[in-house]
Write a protein that binds this ligand. Structure first.
Ligand code: FPP
Length: 257
């Protein structure tokens, strides 16, 4: 149903479902929301919703990689998610370990590089081990970067950057002048996403229209795309539709065209 073409063959006024292969977002970030409601509507435990949510990930990774997305950031566990019932937190940790163990070879074969943002040191050792192993094994891959946001919070990230800048000053690695003249570019080097371009588009399914502490520093000029679909029902079609809508947006970055 979807067609792909280059900019010069595209009619901007047409509503045909055609994606411009020269305007694919470099960085897509997704808030994988709605697992709980998906499970509830089926009278299943919330953990089953998360399990169904994990099953969507591979399809989205593959489709993103196929159309040339460079970075895919998935919000998998926020700094606030610790406040969920203990068994739900444990289920999420278990699903993460299972996913990495099951899919690592496949991801590696497909040239996917695994990275994380957030403070994973607070995770159970088994999660840390499996994540570090996945990062190590895929570190030289040059394809899609699958960036998992784990124990991630935008405010914590900004505070952490600030504290690290202060530490570097205390240890003599930064001068007072450097801090007095701190630029956005230099501050960026202290964030989890140092070296990664800001997300072009943030996708949030499930009907909620908020950021929930996701990529607060990085989203300054991101396009937002919302949908009522619950994450376990999210398909490649929805991804393409989000990109299709994104390609129709006029990104001015505060300037005039
Ligand atoms: C939000 O839905 C979802 C989460 C807090 C967790 C998302 C995590 C996964 C899909 C699994 C992570 C694992 C890997 C392999 C990255 P919700 O529970 O808030 O849904 P609700 O709003 O309907 O209750």
């Amino acid at each position: 149903m979807w067609k792909f073409t280059t900019s010069k063959n595209l009619n901007p006024d047409s509503d045909e479902m055609i994606l411009d292969t020269e305007n694919i977002p470099k960085h897509i970030a997704i808030i994988m929301d709605g697992n709980g409601r998906w499970a509830k509507s089926r009278k299943l435990p919330r953990s089953m919703g998360h399990k169904a949510g994990v099953e969507v990930i591979n399809k989205i990774v593959k489709a993103s990689s196929d159309i040339g997305v460079k970075y895919l950031t998935l919000y998998a566990f926020s700094t606030e998610n610790w406040q969920r019932p203990k068994d739900e937190v444990s289920a999420l940790m278990r699903l993460l370990v299972e996913y990495m163990r099951k899919e690592l070879n496949n991801l590696n074969k497909n040239n996917v590089k695994i990275q994380t943002i957030g403070d994973i040191s607070k995770f159970p050792q088994i999660c840390i081990d499996v994540l570090e192993d996945s990062k190590l094994k895929t570190k030289d891959n040059t394809g899609l970067v699958l960036n998992l946001a784990l124990n991630y919070g935008g405010r914590a990230e900004i505070l952490g950057a600030f504290k690290n800048i202060f530490n570097d000053y205390e240890n003599g690695r930064l001068t007072k002048e450097y801090i007095a003249n701190l630029t956005e570019e230099n501050f960026n080097k202290y964030t989890y996403t140092a070296g990664i371009p800001d997300p072009d588009i943030i996708i949030r399914p499930s009907g909620e229209q908020r950021l929930s502490n996701f990529l607060l520093w990085q989203c300054a000029y991101s396009e937002f795309w919302y949908s009522d679909i619950l994450w376990p029902d999210f398909t490649v079609d929805h991804l393409y539709k989000a990109i299709f809508d994104y390609q129709k947006r006029d990104r001015r970055f505060g300037k005039v065209k």
